[in-house]
Design a protein around this ligand. Sequence first.
Ligand SMILES: Nc1ncnc2c1ncn2[C@@H]1O[C@H](COP(=O)(O)OP(=O)(O)O)[C@@H](O)[C@H]1O
Ligand SMILES: [Mg+2]
Length: 260
Amino acid sequence: MKLILENWKRFLKEQSGLGINPEEVECPDVSKKCIQALRDEEFYDPARVSYHMRQAGYTYHGGGAYRKVFNIPDHPDKILKVSFDYLEQAKEMNRKEAEGKYQTSSPLTVKVFDAAKDYMWIISEKVNVIHSWEDLQKFLVEHNDWPFPSSDEYDFHYVFRMLIRPDAPERENDIRNEVIKLLKPTPEGQEKINNKEDETITDSLINKSLFTTIRNFLIQHDLTSEQHIKDIRPENVGYVVRDGIRQFVILDPGFELEKA
Ligand SMILES: Nc1ncnc2c1ncn2[C@@H]1O[C@H](COP(=O)(O)OP(=O)(O)O)[C@@H](O)[C@H]1O
Ligand SMILES: [Mg+2]
């Protein structure tokens, strides 16, 4: 583990010199740099910060309740995530996402290349965000992780949540009932039920490496409350291409949510 952390630190060092310094963006109407003005709580209007960031070439990419994300000029593979929350919570989210032990913990984490000393911002690997349950389902079908291509969005979402909960292996019967519901509408599905294949399908679904990896990730980082499970959803997940393969990632793991 120590070796992994040391290698990681070395990797980060090599990556520094990115030539990106968000602290330099000017905010002329308060005669301070933009990020500093935000830090000093000179203003509370995210639109104003976004306006100045845009003038400097950073385009708005997306936002959640705590942080706003910008595309970085000349760095299409990275994003800037800025804390817009004055309660320390958003900075703490950034800090935890950037931490070495988180970074090296799972294939589901998103690389963080640089961070402000106080974690007002981090620079991360840019993710292809998955925006809807329908798109998440399509993604899993393409990767053989979801065997019911025509299930409706709601059914998919319901079973997805059951499968990522840490207690999924103990809830085989409940999941099996859902699998039967998913199989029933088509003649091929009905045939599988007649051949008693629902049990094998349930078993293989619970043991899919994607779902076991998500469950391990949530357990490892103590993100197992109902609220945390619900936050593993479109907008907070996506994929990156690593070694030519699309890797599913969790771009917002929901640290600190319990303090909301
Ligand atoms: N690494 C990333 N690559 C691409 N888009 C991202 C990335 N991180 C966040 N986003 C986008 O910005 C939004 C807000 O970021 P997020 O980390 O979810 O912040 P919050 O904690 O405020 O919910 C996300 O829903 C997503 O659309
Ligand atoms: Mg989010």
